[in-house]
Write a protein that binds this ligand. Structure first.
Ligand code: PMP
Ligand code: GLN
Length: 392
């Protein structure tokens, strides 16, 4: 690989994120952007009004280091309300600049040089970079696409067991999983918990799509026996409230682990998002109808996009969670998803993301392509029409 000038070795190979690259391509070509995962409509008006009010009312200086007390309280209330998990807002919660900073601060705080971090491969792109910044090594356990007729991506339990070794510091679990849409099952969480306890490994869970589970239920690894004391649970308001640009996230866990993560966060951003913190607290306290409608709305979009893609002839892996659908392009006679996605804006006027870039070894996901369906129905229908005209 050619070296990028000036860039330190721990960031070599991490160039520009695929999301920025694909969104730039969408802007340049005028193509419909089903690449980067962000919604094309704002979230609830009472949440944005709360941010506007906060700015007008002078909530504009550095907030407290752990995050504003009322937001931490709202986060604790949310965990009790949805998962029956009791946490202390003062010692078990840290507010961060999105889940991205919570992940980075956790890795930087907990990993020594040479430690290993187990991940399920493919991973969201910031994991590999965060692990590398922390001087650790990523150890992937492959998620296999489901065979015909089955629903979910799966992993080999023996491969997971073999990944644990004396160098293992953390396992990083993303459920619901980006990009595959997999929701990890109770049996799978049990297996992960057993291995963490046996090998005295800390788990870090990325649950930013917690309110986007369509099939199955979202379960917290932290609730398994022996896991509360060794799990950092991470989430954010970006996906749940459709304000991805606000970057209010949080990490939750036992006081000593959260204190360690706070130490790292202090020197990354110190604090963040003062007027957005009370607004996200308003969001977390919205009634059940908000969360139900949010999920149902995206479920309908999942059906719309997946049925359209299926009809065109793609092999579609209907996601159990998240707002991403994965297809295999071999059913249409293509092999290489990277080439396919680079050509797609010109050929069809649509942007998608090649799943290969989420894999440690691109070849493991080469024929897979990810489409985001958090878009208005008109755009989804237009995208399907364009893809049909190009391929069907
Ligand atoms: N984790 C996953 C799996 C994601 O898809 C994303 C992007 N939305 C993030 C973390 C980053 O979340 P945030 O925008 O809150 O930093
Ligand atoms: N999480 C979003 C995705 O997977 C994008 C976030 C980003 O651009 N970093 O598409």
């Amino acid at each position: 690989m050619t070296r990028t000038p000036h860039l330190a070795s721990r960031l070599q190979g991490f160039g520009t994120t695929i999301f920025a690259e694909m969104t730039a391509l969408a802007v340049k070509t005028g193509a419909l952007n089903l690449g980067q995962g962000f919604p094309d409509t704002d979230g609830p008006a009472e949440v944005s009004q709360a941010a506007i009010d906060a700015i007008r009312n002078g909530v504009n200086q550095y907030p407290p280091g752990p995050g504003m007390p009322d937001l931490r309280l709202a986060i604790a209330e949310h965990q009790a309300r949805f998962y029956n998990v009791e946490i202390d807002p003062d010692t078990n919660v840290l507010v961060t600049a999105g889940a991205t900073e919570a992940l980075a601060a956790t890795l930087l705080a907990l990993c020594e040089t040479g430690d290993e971090v187990i991940v399920f491969d493919p991973t969201y792109d910031s994991y590999a970079a965060g692990i590398s910044l922390a001087g650790a090594t990523m150890r992937g356990v492959l998620l296999h696409p489901p065979p015909e007729g089955e629903a979910a991506f799966s992993f080999d339990p023996d491969e997971l067991a073999r990944a644990f070794n004396p160098k293992t510091r953390l396992i990083l679990l993303n459920t619901p999983h980006n990009p595959t849409g997999k929701v990890f099952t109770s049996d799978e969480l049990q297996l992960i918990a057993d291995l963490c306890v046996e090998h005295d490994v800390i788990a870090v869970t990325d649950e930013v799509y917690e309110h986007l589970v369509f099939d199955g239920t979202h379960e917290l690894l932290a609730t398994w026996p022996g896991m509360a004391e060794r799990t950092i649970t991470i989430s954010s308001g970006g996906k749940t409230f459709s304000f991805t640009g606000w970057k209010i996230g949080w990490a939750m866990g036992p006081a000593p682990l959260i204190a360690a993560v706070r130490t790292a966060k202090q020197f990354l951003t110190f604090v963040n998002g003062a007027p957005f913190q009370p607004a996200i607290a308003v969001g977390l306290r919205l009634g059940d109808d908000y969360f139900d409608e949010f999920r149902h709305g995206l479920l309908a979009k999942r059906e719309l996009l997946c049925e359209g893609l299926d009809d065109i002839g793609f092999t579609v892996f209907r996601p159990h969670g998240t707002y991403f659908a994965t297809v295999d392009i071999r059913s249409l006679g293509f092999e290489n998803g990277i080439d396919f996605c680079l050509a797609l804006p010109e050929k069809a006027g649509v942007v998608a993301v090649p799943s290969a870039v989420f894999y440690q070894d691109h070849r493991d996901g080469l024929p897979l392509v990810r489409f985001c369906f958090a878009k208005n129905d008109q755009m989804l229908n237009d995208s399907i029409d364009r893809l049909r005209a190009a391929f069907a």
